[in-house]
Design a protein around this ligand. Structure first.
Ligand code: PEP
Ligand code: MN
Length: 280
């Protein structure tokens, strides 16, 4: 028996494919699909977010991202709009028909996020917050677990096991780079994790090339590599004006660059027999 029994292929041979609730079409995440999650690092204000969300829908994004609670290294950096920004995500969801994902940092925000968003993201820094994972295990709501900054594959799968053990089967794994001696990139993307995860577990895996590299020019090549390696999708940061973003501007694509990246990505998806995840 593997230490991550419920997450293992031995426990469940068939791939877990998750249907994400959405105001319009259903969005699938898992084997056979290529899901594109896009949006700014943080929701900064209503006007810009809604405008960008509508643009991203036009450009083919399947799911909208937008951080409200930002885990910033410095306490002096922009921390996100917090609970007061939830209405903006709700409006973007209604306006575009797309599901939304946002990070939950604290169990005290579970009530409001559970009621208003479609996927709860566990950030890299919280991958080993076991009380948070146990709480999420009790829900009937998809959870995306990002790989910890220095987490081994086994530690990551054991984090998923906490959620599975509670009864929640709707888990998406997200490779977002790990910390190594290399400093040219923000993190070192572990593309090898993609086929390995596919061998070890039935859970879907996506890659976040934005946080993995920290450089917008590397986002499209790494997104393509992820899909070529068998990932079920990507999550990328997009900002209408990256030079003036309140967080992670250097790794954010403009909407135009996002459109180019998505077009390339769909070619790789086709070669890998993955269809777009939204039935449009
Ligand atoms: C994010 O996706 O908003 C984020 C903070 O990423 P990570 O947890 O991977 O650093
Ligand atoms: Mn970010």
């Amino acid at each position: 028996m593997k230490p991550f029994h419920l997450a293992s292929r031995e426990y469940c041979a068939s791939d877990t494919v998750i249907t994400i609730a959405s105001p319009a079409d259903s969005v699938m995440v898992g084997e056979g699909y290529c899901t594109v999650i896009a949006g700014p690092c943080a929701v900064e204000n209503r006007t810009d977010y809604i405008k960008l969300a509508i643009r991203l829908k036009e450009l083919g994004a399947d799911i909208l991202r937008g951080g409200l609670f930002k885990p910033r290294t410095s306490p002096y950096s922009f921390q996100g709009l917090g609970r007061s920004g939830v209405d903006i995500l709700v409006e973007a969801r209604a306006e575009t028909g797309l599901p939304v994902i946002t990070e939950i940092m604290d169990i005290r925000d579970l009530d409001i996020l559970y009621a208003n968003v479609d996927i709860l993201q566990v950030g890299s820094r919280n991958m080993q917050n076991y009380s948070l994972l146990e709480e999420l295990g009790r829900l009937d709501k998809p959870v995306m677990i990002k790989r910890g900054l220095s987490a081994t594959i086994e530690e990551w799968l054991l984090a998923a096991e906490y959620v599975l053990k509670g009864g929640n089967r709707q888990i998406i794994l997200c490779e977002r780079g790990i910390r190594t001696f290399e400093t040219y990139t923000r993190n070192t993307v572990d593309i090898g994790a993609v086929p390995l995860i596919k061998q070890l577990t039935h859970l879907p895996i996506i890659v976040d090339p934005s946080h993995a590299t920290g450089k917008w020019k590397m986002v499209a090549p790494i997104a393509n590599a992820a899909i070529a390696a068998g990932a079920d999708g990507v999550m990328v940061e997009v900002h209408q004006d990256p030079d003036h973003a309140l967080s992670d501007g250097k790794q954010s694509l403009t909407p135009e660059n996002f459109a180019q990246m998505r077009a390339q990505l769909l070619k790789h998806a086709q070669i890998n027999r993955k269809q777009p995840s939204t039935a449009r």
